[in-house]
Design a protein. Structure first.
Length: 287
């Protein structure tokens, strides 16, 4: 439930999106903070990069998310803003499975505060398949959730915009797009890709809702030093001592929490209660 005493209760923030992300992000912001989310209208966020590659993303996910948020804030004349960025590929820790990396940023220009939270989404339908016209598609399409999840089709040997079709959710459109893309490809095949834009991907929308809840919880946490919203984890400290010889290891020993508005930090022990590292993690015991 929202708290009327929270600094953002009853205020309005602009969410820079052209893909309907407010459906995933607004509920957590309203229920936990009382913050009202308004999406941008008629603002082309594709200028900052597209999943399908026509426009490459220039910069890190965080820098692009901040630019995106400020784009919407400027257009709306708002001092509070949000934006998200996503990236999809091999899982950073388990490379043989796909994953999504989602980032959500919140900017408060009144206080000069920028807060962001990230999320590794292991539940993703990110996938692709090279096909020829007439190939059986049922297995692939069933796996990625078509037609509730959209598909992108392009020539298999060309990442340009030639014969590129996005947001496909109907069988007849898909068949036609495959034929056109295959005809434009030197190998006579088409490449099917999951459309990872949020409004064509309910699975991604759920990941954004999870991330929004995480950011809202952080913004709901006030700094014990200055009372500003957004007190949360900012870093970790390695050096958990070996249980056999006491040598510091590369394992995390503590989590660092900090305030985005002042310099206050707190160091807290591991949440799992582990105080000693196994000997196999020690460079002295297991060189």
């Amino acid at each position: 439930m929202s708290d009327a005493r929270h600094p953002y209760a009853g205020r309005r923030a602009v969410l820079t999106t052209m893909h309907g992300k407010e459906a995933a992000i607004a509920p957590a912001m309203l229920s936990q903070l009382g913050l009202i989310i308004s999406p941008t209208v008629g603002l082309d966020t594709d200028q900052l990069g597209t999943f399908s590659g026509e426009i490459p993303r220039d910069g890190t996910m965080l820098s692009v998310a901040v630019r995106k948020a400020r784009l919407g804030m400027s257009a709306a004349g708002a001092s509070l803003g949000l934006a998200s960025e996503g990236s999809f590929g091999p899982h950073p820790g388990i490379p043989f499975i796909p994953a999504g990396i989602e980032l959500l940023v919140f900017i408060d220009d009144d206080s000069g505060m920028v807060v962001h939270e990230g999320f590794i989404a292991e539940a993703t339908n990110f996938d692709h398949l090279a096909v020829s016209p007439g190939d059986a598609l049922e297995s692939f399409l069933g796996r990625i959730g078509f037609p509730t999840h959209g598909v992108i089709v392009r020539p298999n040997d060309d990442q340009s915009t030639a014969a590129l079709a996005k947001g496909i959710v109907k069988w007849d459109h898909l068949t036609r797009a495959i034929a056109e893309a295959a005809a434009a490809s030197r190998d006579g095949r088409a490449r099917l890709e999951t459309d990872m834009r949020a409004h064509f991907n309910p699975t991604r929308m759920q990941s954004l809702a999870t991330l929004a809840d995480r950011l809202a919880r952080r913004l709901a946490t006030l700094c014990p030093n200055c009372g500003s919203p957004g007190f949360g984890q900012t870093d970790t400290r390695a050096g958990l001592p070996c249980g056999t010889c006491g040598t510091p290891t590369e394992m995390i020993a503590a989590t660092v929490f900090g305030c985005p508005a002042c310099a206050h930090t707190q160091e807290r022990p591991r949440s799992d209660g582990l105080q000693r590292a196994p000997a196999q993690e020690c460079s002295e015991c297991n060189p």
